[in-house]
Design a protein around this ligand. Structure first.
Ligand code: C2E
Ligand code: MG
Ligand code: MG
Ligand code: MG
Length: 283
């Protein structure tokens, strides 16, 4: 590399970084304004029993459609909200909205099982999380058994004594607890026996390699076997093909979630999907 090209590379990177920082700032202030407007909505993705094919629950996934812009992925804006602390406000809205929707579907005879809501690390570590969940249940009238909270391994590992207490308090509300993106965190397996967890969600990265990549397949099989022996439910995330589903059936995985059956659906489509299920039409 000549000095000059080195310098150009440097300038290029600086400009790019500056632009990225500006974009980020703009995105951040747009997000700030968006909270409290109706630019957010929830989509719902079904989870199906591998054994029976029945729907056993739905995961609520937030969507952001800025007033005059293209939709932004939660993979982009959730980390930003997490850094700025705004996640606590949006997270409360998500939780209450999901509970409200679940109560409505339940009243319409459409709710097949619990609604799952994601809690990001900052939300879970926030001192008021237990109160927030309790209020959401009380105000909407949703029984705790019909709410599942998804927490990532990272959040669980950060301070284990406080974590254990918090999980027990949540558990006392009757809610179900799931570990999200299982297998990707920097974690000790010891917590599985200590924490009152109900479910493991195997990360998509291992599901992608099922029956294709020997190592990913072995990790997925080991997680399923371990979950079974600890009496935990195991759900596979991001199931896209019949081959993956077949392999998960062989491995005796409990449930699957993924594009193979359904993408996350906006409310009207999710309701139609649940309705079709109720009348016994093939999904
Ligand atoms: P997650 O909780 O692990 O959710 C699963 C993600 O995988 C979702 O992405 C879902 O749309 C996607 N997915 C499901 N099946 C398939 C599949 O078969 N193929 C592929 N390629 N993708 C699939 P999404 O909705 O973009 O959300 C990304 C992440 O953002 C979530 O990962 C979660 O960590 C976070 N997130 C989403 N909604 C919320 C929320 O309301 N609160 C919080 N705290 N985080 C959220
Ligand atoms: Mg999740
Ligand atoms: Mg996940
Ligand atoms: Mg994820």
């Amino acid at each position: 590399l000549s000095k000059e090209s080195g310098r150009n590379t440097y300038n290029f990177h600086t400009e790019e970084l500056t632009r990225a920082a500006e974009n980020r700032q703009a995105l951040e202030s747009r997000l700030h304004r968006a909270i409290g407007t109706n630019e957010f909505e929830l989509h719902y993705q079904p989870q199906l029993s591998v054994f029976s094919g029945h729907c056993v629950g739905l995961e609520a996934l937030v969507r952001w459609r800025p007033e005059n812009g293209t939709p932004v992925s939660p993979a982009v804006f959730i980390p930003l909200l997490e850094e700025t602390g705004l996640i606590v406000a949006l997270g409360e809205w998500v939780l209450r909205e999901a509970c409200r929707q679940a109560v409505q579907w339940e009243a319409e005879g459409l709710l097949p099982g619990p609604i799952s809501v994601n809690l990001s690390p900052r939300q879970f570590l926030h001192q008021d999380v237990v109160d927030m969940v309790q209020r959401a249940l009380a105000d909407t009238g949703l029984p705790g058994e019909l709410l599942e909270l998804e927490i990532t391994e990272g959040a669980l590992m950060s301070q284990s004594v406080a974590t254990q207490e918090r999980l027990s308090e949540l558990k006392a509300l009757g809610v179900l607890l799931a570990v999200d993106d299982f297998g990707t965190g920097y974690s000790s397996l010891a917590y599985l026996s200590r924490f009152p967890i109900d479910k493991l969600k195997i990360d998509k990265s291992f599901i992608d390699g099922l029956a294709q990549d020997e190592r990913a397949d072995k990790i997925a099989s080991t997680i399923i076997a371990m979950g079974r022996s600890l009496n935990l439910r195991v759900v596979a995330e991001g199931v896209e093909t019949a081959i993956q589903l077949e392999r998960l059936r062989e491995l005796d995985c409990d449930a699957v979630q993924g594009y193979f059956y359904s993408r996350p659906l906006p409310v009207p489509a999710a309701a139609a999907w649940l309705e079709a299920l109720r009348v016994g039409a093939p999904v």
